[in-house]
Design a protein around this ligand. Sequence first.
Ligand code: NDP
Length: 255
Amino acid sequence: MASARFDLSGRVAVVTGGNGGIGLAIARGLAEAGAKLAIVGRDEAKNGAAERQLLNAGAEAIAIRADVTTSEGCASLVDATLGRLGAIDILVNNAGTNMRKRPEAYGLEEWRMLVDVNLTSVYLACMAAYPVLKQRGGKIVNIGSMTSIFGASFSAPYGAAKGGVVQLTKSLASAWAADRIQVNAILPGWIVTDLTIRGRAATPDLHDKVIARTPAGRWGEPDDIAGAAVFLASAAADFVTGAALPVDGGYSAQA
Ligand code: NDP
């Protein structure tokens, strides 16, 4: 029998970037634990396919088209979720992107885009959801990265933004604990998704370097992240807030 501590029956979860990769795996995990799902992305085809996958698995799920880099997009995803699912109890800020090059090769527009997608979106979605979450308490799970802790010569704006995600997580956890809102981050190691398939195409030795550096001796799969998300979204984590949990096969544990 599943533990009641991890039971999300009756809860409504929003997962930004939930139409593929890590976000869709988290959405599946939350749905398996009983939550209703709103997945958010810009691409209608990916949204539709992910929504069908969740519905076919027996979940109650909707897809919402929104750009999380704008206040309007974040307001619309909150309104659509409330309108169609009636509540928001869990917000997973997972949307993100990267562009790999040396720091001096980025233009200002590229810097702004990367900070907007990876950091400002988290702030905007949290602000849009806060009035709803504080009504009965809730959970926010932000997706950081190994670059939240380590520097990466090929991802300076992404790393700056992902470092910011952890500090924003701690500040919101401090500010909103009295509202019974727990705010935590997951720091994934190297996971096989469209994002890293692009990275591996651009950097041919990346695949082997990651395996050599990871004690578990493999790349992660999106499903490897789902369990930590279910934990942080559940009553089992009611006294866990402001934490940044690596889920990385030991990557960050090894010198
Ligand atoms: P994917 O590229 O597979 O997924 C990114 C998701 O973000 C897509 O669903 C995309 O949907 C959505 N998205 C991007 N921009 C926006 C936007 N402006 N508004 C709304 N949605 C947006 O990547 P991953 O699954 O790999 O990445 C998910 C998260 O995990 C990211 O935050 C990433 O930085 C992080 N991460 C990934 C790691 C990995 O090894 N893969 C390692 C560490 C962290 P759409 O295009 O439809 O908008």
